[in-house]
Design a protein around this ligand. Structure first.
Ligand code: FAD
Length: 494
């Protein structure tokens, strides 16, 4: 497509996505690339996005960001998973934990053994075998080795971008302040040539990363990538967010509370709590949504509630010509499973692996776009599962969700699980078998059968084995400190 070597990368936008990208490029390829980031102090970032998943640990290892330094800088807390309340039915709750539940045996995944117990009258829940769930419910946490608790973080989004900016600049990223006025294209190739700033400055580059948020200034407004709209499956298109004072002990988990026309998040940080209500604007107005949120927060509000609109879906192509969109510029799946920040990190890693060396290549671009689509489709299915499998009938919103048609990939998974307890999983999928199990069961999908190999062990031995696993979970949790105490000593100023 072009023989021009990629030496200079321009990142447009300095929100979480922009700074994650700049920091990754500078940390891994700074010896080879000139990295420039352009942002405008007058155009605010989205300002939310505070719950993460465990892959952030790997991303930070790659960037060589020391955990304690990062946690102090962003007032972060630990997250063992998400408590889903009122999702299957009003009054029910379940926990989607990180890490592993139970122990897989040679013949199959742990759920088959749990199903043997349960379908034969056992009373123990799947969660009784999950160290993370039990620790979360006891308000406990520590970084452990054997077994290792699976965890992620809650962080202050504004502080995270500032922290990454500091690190990035120290690693050679050049930051340019100002508003991008227009995007100039090369007339022959249609590639982006330069960003024209409001003050007249021209910023040229070989590769441009669009991190300008929902507006997609480069990828959509200039290169017209197109958008695949998913609003027929994701009814929520708005959120209202407010921060409140912390009250009481800090729980090591996110709360997701389903309401009549959407759901509410509660994210504990060291210095405050992040709250939001994700809702369908077709079902509830902004004023009522804001009232619903304010009636259901604990602690004094610290700012005025702010409404954010979004369009569920994704760009038809996230890499077009010499422009790659990351973060909100590339599309958005609502934050029910805290996936957006992860998707930024996985996309930037994919991009670095595929970085064009001797010029842009159409096959690279195709491959990148296909991999991105596959990744997003799997996340979409997992998030949709929560809606599709509700048994709530108390509003048009939930009735629609129950009856809506979902992609075949999800419907097949549901049918197979319901029938046989099996989950087929691709090793590059984000959500593991354990995640699918927890949400399937939590939403009330109970398999009718389990694998016959789970019956190999004589009943007395089997019962003893299962009891041993439960006891080891309890013993481990009993030894843990509270999350609050662990956090205080771990993040103590030095
Ligand atoms: P933005 O934060 O919008 O940043 C855009 C940047 O572009 C800004 O720096 C702006 O100044 C710059 N810019 C734009 N136009 C111009 C211009 N003309 N000139 C110069 N600069 C410009 N993700 C999670 O992982 N976990 C969560 O819990 C979570 N919760 C969310 C809740 C809600 C309601 C929403 C909407 C999103 C949530 N997300 C969550 C997603 C997460 O917030 C984003 O993925 C993340 O913040 C990245 O945003 P961004 O950097 O792409 O965009």
């Amino acid at each position: 497509m072009s023989q021009q070597a990629i030496n200079k990368v321009v990142v447009a936008g300095g929100g979480t996505a922009g700074w994650m990208t700049a920091c990754a490029l500078a940390s891994q390829l700074g010896h080879y690339l000139n990295v420039v980031l352009v942002e405008s102090e007058n155009i605010p970032t989205v300002g939310v996005g505070e719950a993460t998943i465990p892959t952030m640990q790997t991303f930070h290892l790659l960037l060589q960001l020391p955990e304690q330094e990062f946690m102090r800088a962003t007032n972060a807390t630990f997250k063992l998973g998400i408590e889903f309340e009122n999702w299957g039915a009003i009054g029910e709750s379940y926990f989607h934990s990180f890490g592993e539940t139970g122990r897989d045996f040679w013949a199959g995944q742990f759920q088959h053994f749990w199903l043997r117990e349960r379908l034969n009258g056992g009373q123990f829940s799947y969660a009784d075998y999950s160290p993370e769930t039990q620790a979360a419910r006891a308000g406990k946490f520590a970084i452990t080795k054997n077994p290792r608790l699976g965890f992620a973080y809650h962080l202050d989004a504004g502080l995270y971008a500032k922290y990454l900016r500091r690190v990035s600049e120290s690693r050679g990223v050049t930051r340019i302040e100002g508003k991008i006025q227009t995007v100039k294209l090369e007339p022959n190739s249609g590639n982006i040539e330069a960003l024209q700033m409001a003050d007249g400055q021209l910023i040229d580059g070989d590769l441009f990363i669009d991190c300008t948020g929902f507006r997609g200034l480069l990828i959509e407004q200039t290169l017209h990538a197109g958008y695949e709209d998913w609003s027929h499956q994701f009814l929520c298109d708005s959120a209202v967010a407010v921060q409140t004072e912390s009250t009481g002990e800090l729980p090591p988990f996110t709360r997701s509370i389903a309401r009549e026309s959407g759901w509410q998040w509660r994210i504990p940080l060291q210095h405050r709590v992040g709250n939001g209500f994700v809702f369908a604007s077709g079902a509830i107005g902004d004023t009522e949504a804001t009232d619903t949120l304010l009636q259901n927060v604990v602690g004094k509000p610290l700012n005025d509630p702010r409404v954010i609109r979004f369009r569920p879906g994704k760009r038809r192509k996230t890499w077009v010509k010499n422009c790659v969109a990351l973060g909100l510029a590339s599309g958005f799946i609502e934050p029910l499973e805290s996936t957006s920040i992860h998707l930024v990190s996985s996309a930037v890693i994919r991009l670095m692996r595929m970085l064009p060396l001797t010029g842009l290549c159409a096959q690279d671009i195709e491959t990148y776009n296909r991999a991105t689509d596959k990744e997003l489709a799997a996340v979409r299915d997992f998030v949709l599962l929560h809606y599709k499998q509700t048994r709530r009938t108390d509003s048009d919103f939930w009735r629609y969700c129950q009856q809506m048609q979902v992609p075949d990939s999800l419907q097949d998974r549901l049918d197979i699980y319901r029938d046989s307890g099996r989950i087929y999983w691709d090793s590059d999928e984000l959500f593991t078998v354990n995640s699918w199990n927890q949400v399937m069961l939590g939403q009330g999908v109970m398999p009718r059968h389990y694998h016959p190999a789970a019956d190999i062990m004589p009943q007395a031995d089997f019962a003893a084995q299962m009891a041993k696993v439960r006891q080891s979970v309890q013993q481990m949790v009993a030894q843990l400190p509270t999350h609050q105490n662990f956090l205080q000593s771990y993040c103590e100023p030095q």
